[in-house]
Each structure stands twice: as structure tokens, then as C-alpha cells.
Design a protein around this ligand. Structure first.
Ligand code: SF4
Length: 405
């Protein structure tokens, strides 16, 4: 196995945009609540005006807008703050949407942000917090340094990982104040860094339980459900759809906003590039899914595009050797016909940002006209073969042979 190329240590944000191949990229903070139709349309207009109109929905469920200059990013941030206030304190806090205890969760989230505004901590740049009830809609699978959970079986604090592999502590006193104290204590340990700066390091520390015990928490396991996240309509009338490869545009976002206005719906971005739509008006689910599909969104879990992990590629990423999405679309067409649904990893360069795990088939751009084919490996592993592209893309025949692997 080759060595993994370096990763960026901080996430791009409104105050610290990232330079990319198509200008500056800004990442919006996780949404505190679902966005109304009016907010979606306004957001689309602002991104269109100040940026390139190109939007990515990330694997953690954050929106990234592209194509800014340093001036336009500053103006965008100022205007955005007027209708979607952006928290100025770290860490990024992701809230489980549509939870039965959503009022409690929202209050917990706000209390945490208020506490950190008063007692700022120098947290590691990628520090992430999840506030959840059941971890529904894929929130449970989202990795975080700190998890705060309020559910029927009590108040819980999770350290380092997803809901399934975090170290969990039960809060003896069923109170938000105790949970917050324990959570802030854990973030303080991360800020101090004596046991590591990330939750996954801290959870290996032998002293962790004794460090947290003064805050009234003891090691125990909450009741964790592994809910399958299936696209389409749900019994609770919510609709789950996905953005193909995380690609959105202001045209799509505005059209989804207009759809939300019609259905009196709110929208939440979710992990794994999914979107949750919560209509207040009674709608015909199959008709609604048909309309959302016509807007370019994926509405069925068996769509071959969902089996392909693909990074931004050229021209959006300056390091990319090839545009990746045309390759992904060509592969998806062939996979849909063959009935073979991956998984496939398509990477614009050997860094392999889109997928940290090995895949049976990984295609890596190595120049504008060649890709490396890695079998059962990572983007930076030794390729089994190299293929020449035709007009910057794979031919259908090449895809058919690759799919047979
Ligand atoms: S893997 Fe993709 S997104 Fe990451 S640096 Fe390479 S081209 Fe850019």
C-alpha cells in the first residue's frame, strides 16, 4: 500500500474560505433548523449573485458554495447572516432533524453554543458535535468528537465516533444542565489536548471515566437503533431524496425552494448527501417524488449513482487531473443497465478524498487523458492497469469491462 497524500487540517468556513480550482469555497455551518421555502430561494439567489452558482452537499450534510472572490465571500457572509445566522463559535453542531424531542434538542444545542460563546475554547479545527435523540436519518452514523443524546432511556454523552462505536456515558441526573456541564468538560479536555485533540483519541484514554465522573456521568450503553435510511416517502410523511454526487446548483436549490413553497415544506440537509423534506400540506407522495426527480434529485435507493463515491474533480479542485462527474455518470449508466451496483470510487487524483476505505473498483485520474484502475484498494494504491480516455471520458465498452470486475 502506498502512503496517503496529506489532508487539509481545517474545514473551509464563511470566515476562512478555501481556495479551489474555481475560486473560493465557503462552507455554511450545519443548519440549526430546517430551511423554509423563502430561505432556500433567498440562499440560492445570494449564492448565484456572489458565487458561481455551484453548490456541493457534503457527506456530513453541509452545504458548500463555490466560486467566490475574497470580496464577494465577505459580502455573501454579511447578507447570509441576516436570514440564516451563522454561529461564530466552534465546534460545528449537527442537530437531528424531525426528532420527537426536537424542542429539547434545539434548546440543548443553543445552550451549548451560548456556553461556548461565554467561555470560548480553542478547539481543534475539525471538532464536531452531534445533538440527537435516536440518530435517525443517518445522524447516528455521523462521526463526532462529542455526542449529546436525550432519549427515552435517559441523557447521554458519547465520546469519539458514531453512535455505534462512541464511548457512552449515562448522565445520572436527567437534566440538561448536567449534560451540558459534562459536554463542556469533554470539550475542554479536547481543547487542552493532554489526552489527544480528537474524541477518538480521548476515548482511548484510561483516565477518561475518572476525568468525567465529577460531572455525574458513568459508563453505560444507551439503546441504539440502526435505522436503515431509505430514499422515498416515509410513514411520518417526510420525503428523503439525495443530490447526485452531492452536486446541487442554485437553479436546483431555487426550484426545490419553490417546490417547498407549494408543499409548505421545510428542508434539512442530511449526511450522505441526502435531503429531508417535511411537508405540512397533505401531498401525494409518489407525485411529489416524481416532481423532485424531475428537478434532478435521486428519489430511489436503488439508483446506481448512489453506489459511486466521487470527489469534486476538475475544474472545481485544483489538484484534480480529470473531471470526475462525467466519468461517474457514464459508469452509473452502465451499472444501471447491468444491474451491478458497485461500490465504485472515482477520484480526481490519488488523494482519494471521497472515500477513506478500499473499494472493489477505484478509478483515479492520473492525467487529463488517463485513469488508473485500482482493484480492491484505495486511490493511492498501485493500479492494476491504466486506461486512456476518449474525449475526456470512458467509453461504454470500457465501463462494461470494468463493471464485470
Ligand atoms: S481526490 Fe478529488 S477532491 Fe481530493 S484533492 Fe484529489 S481531485 Fe481534489
Amino acid at each position: 500500500m502506498s502512503q496517503r497524500p496529506g489532508r487539509r487540517r481545517a474545514c473551509p468556513s464563511l470566515v476562512a474560505p478555501m481556495t479551489t480550482g474555481d475560486g473560493l469555497l465557503v462552507r455554511l455551518a450545519p443548519w440549526r433548523c430546517g430551511a423554509s421555502a423563502e430561505r432556500l430561494v433567498r440562499l440560492a439567489e445570494l449564492i448565484d449573485y456572489y458565487g458561481s452558482g455551484d453548490i456541493d452537499l457534503t457527506l456530513r450534510g453541509n452545504l458548500q458554495a463555490r466560486g467566490f472572490t475574497s470580496d464577494s465571500a465577505r459580502h455573501f457572509a454579511a447578507e447570509l447572516d441576516r436570514f440564516i445566522p451563522q454561529p461564530v463559535v466552534a465546534p460545528a453542531v449537527t442537530l437531528e432533524p424531525n426528532a420527537e424531542r426536537s424542542t429539547q434538542l434545539l434548546a440543548l444545542c443553543d445552550h451549548l453554543i451560548d456556553r461556548l460563546a461565554v467561555e470560548p475554547l480553542l478547539l481543534p479545527p475539525k471538532c464536531a458535535v452531534v445533538v440527537e435523540e435516536h440518530g435517525n436519518y443517518g445522524i447516528g452514523a455521523l462521526s463526532a468528537d462529542l455526542r449529546l443524546r436525550i432519549a427515552d432511556d435517559g441523557y447521554w454523552l458519547g465520546v469519539g465516533g458514531s453512535a455505534f462505536d462512541a464511548h457512552w456515558f449515562h448522565c445520572r441526573e436527567q437534566s440538561v444542565a448536567c449534560l451540558l456541564d459534562a459536554g463542556v468538560a469533554l470539550l475542554t479536555l479536547l481543547a487542552e489536548g493532554s489526552c489527544g485533540q480528537r474524541g477518538r483519541e480521548l476515548k482511548r484514554a484510561e483516565a477518561l471515566a475518572s476525568l468525567l465522573s465529577p460531572y455525574g456521568v458513568t459508563r453505560a450503553l444507551p439503546d441504539i437503533h440502526d435505522e436503515a435510511v431509505v430514499l422515498g416517502s416515509r410513514a411520518d410523511h417526510a420525503l428523503l431524496v439525495a443530490a447526485p454526487y452531492g452536486a446541487l446548483s442554485t437553479i436546483t436549490l431555487k426550484a426545490v425552494g419553490e417546490w417547498c413553497a407549494e408543499a409548505q415544506a421545510t428542508l434539512w440537509p442530511l449526511p450522505q448527501r441526502r435531503l429531508l423534506l417535511l411537508p405540512k400540506k397533505e401531498i401525494d407522495p409518489s407525485c411529489a417524488l416524481h416532481e423532485l426527480s424531475a428537478l434532478g434529485l435521486i428519489t430511489h435507493s436503488d439508483d446506481a449513482r448512489l453506489a459511486i463515491s466521487v470527489c469534486r474533480g476538475a475544474p472545481g479542485c485544483a489538484a484534480a487531473q480529470v473531471p470526475t462527474r462525467p466519468l461517474a455518470n457514464r459508469m452509473a449508466e452502465v451499472m444501471a443497465v447491468s444491474g451491478k451496483a458497485g461500490p465504485v470510487h472515482i477520484s480526481g487524483c490519488a488523494k482519494g478524498c471521497a472515500r477513506p476505505n478500499a473499494t472493489a473498483l477505484c478509478l483515479v485520474g492520473t492525467s487529463a487523458s488517463t485513469i488508473a484502475v485500482v482493484l480492491n484498494g484505495l486511490a493511492y494504491d498501485e493500479p492494476a492497469q491504466r486506461l486512456s480516455l476518449t474525449n475526456g471520458n470512458l467509453t461504454r465498452e470500457m465501463c462494461e469491462r470494468l463493471v464485470q470486475h
